[in-house]
Write a protein that binds this ligand. Sequence first.
Ligand code: HEC
Length: 160
Amino acid sequence: MKNVSIIGLLVIGLIFQNCKNNKTQPAVLNNDEIETIEIVDILESEKEAETKWIVPSNFKKMKNPTYATDDNLIIGKALYTKHCISCHGKSGVGDGPKADEFDSDIGDFTSKKFHSQTEGTIYYKSYVGQHDMPNYEKKIPGTNDMWLIVNHIKTLERQE
Ligand code: HEC
C-alpha cells in the first residue's frame, strides 16, 4: 500500500511538472511571431542599408585621391574584373557566379540608392568588408588601387 501511494505521488508529480512546462510554452515565440520579427528586420535593413554597415565618419568624408581618367578607368575595370566580378557581376547588379552562395544582400552597384553613398563609404566597404564580403586590405595592397576600383564602380550607375 505504501509503495502504491509513492508511485501515485510520483505520477501526480510528473503530471504537475508537465502542466508547468505547458504553462511556460506561451513565453516561447510561435511561428507567426517569429515571421513578423523577420519581416520587420528585412524592412529595417532595406531602409537602413547604410547604418547596418557602420562606416567610420573619417572614411565617409574621404576624398578620392585618384581621377577617373580613361587610363585609370581601364585599370579600375581590370582590377574589378579580377577581384569583384565573381560575386558582384560584370554590370554590378550582384549576379556573379558566387553570388548565390550568400544569404546577405549583396547590393546593387547600378542603383541610385547605392550611388547616394559617398565615395569614401564605398571605398571603406570595399576595402574592409564584413560578413561574406571579403577584406581586401592584404589582397589589394596600395590604397590607390581600391580607389581606382571605386572610380569604375561609379561608372556602373544605371541611367533611367
Ligand atoms: C566572395 C564574394 C564577394 C566578392 C569577391 C566581393 N564582394 Fe563585395 N560584397 C559581397 C557581399 C556578400 C556583400 C554584402 C555584405 C553585407 O551586407 O553584409 C558585399 C557588399 C559590398 C559592398 C556594399 C554594397 C552596398 O550596397 O553598399 C561594396 C561596396 C562591395 N561589396 C564592393 C566590393 C568590391 C570593390 C569587391 C572587389 C574588390 C568586392 N566587393 C568583392 C560579396 C563579395
